[in-house]
Design a protein around this ligand. Sequence first.
Ligand code: GSH
Length: 253
Amino acid sequence: MSDQREVATIIGGPVSPYVRKVLAVCTLKGVPYRVDPIVPFFGNEEFSRLSPLRRVPVFIDDQVTLCDSTVICEYLDERYPSPRLMPSDPAQRARARWLEEYADTRFGNVTIWQIFYHTVIAPFVFGKERDTARIERAVTQELPKVMDYLEQHAPAEGFLFADISTADLAVAVFEPNLRWSRVELDKARWPRATAWMARVAEVPAVASVTKLGGMLMRASSLEQHRSLLAEAGVAVTEATLAAPKPQQSPALM
Ligand SMILES: N[C@@H](CCC(=O)N[C@@H](CS)C(=O)NCC(=O)O)C(=O)O
């Protein structure tokens, strides 16, 4: 297995937590990448072909075209084993997989579909009224259940395992999307989980991609995303899979 890092193309912008997880893993492993920072709802027909669920990230390199951040991160960990981002002990590895799955599915559902979608995407992408009752229900009823669970599993110090893992990343990447939705996690109620996420957020590979996402959140239009990233020193693809008009998500049909 060659240790040479091949350039990867990543479809999807750093406002997406799942894209940030993959960008952070590329950075930690020294995999150079270029980005087509589309918002998935604007993907064209080629995007539908590459990503049948019409989701970002999509990852393309000299060997594979992959969807799903977990599949992509596992591929990167197997192809470029250094530094390892999954523990080697089978029981710890299984625990890492479960926490990553829990974060992707449940924390993601509450943060992205129930809160960020209704706070940011529905009004700004689809021109819909904010569903404030739904957001309130998610913040007061669903988010606490997720945070209670994470509080039980959060490490008292450091990361989940000896070194940072994709499971740590998978959890911590959702916090900025909550903040961008004007939802602050209560540090007194969930001290271990919030402190753990803050430690992960401080890792330079994570902090740099979060900063890029924050920059795009402040952009006045989606058209600016490519040029803003390029100005920030991120390699951007020449062509884009963005279409002029958004499509409703298959998840909401
Ligand atoms: N399990 C997927 C989830 C990816 C995902 O839901 N991405 C969101 C962006 S944050 C998306 O593309 N949503 C568009 C849609 O579902 O229509 C992963 O880990 O990559």
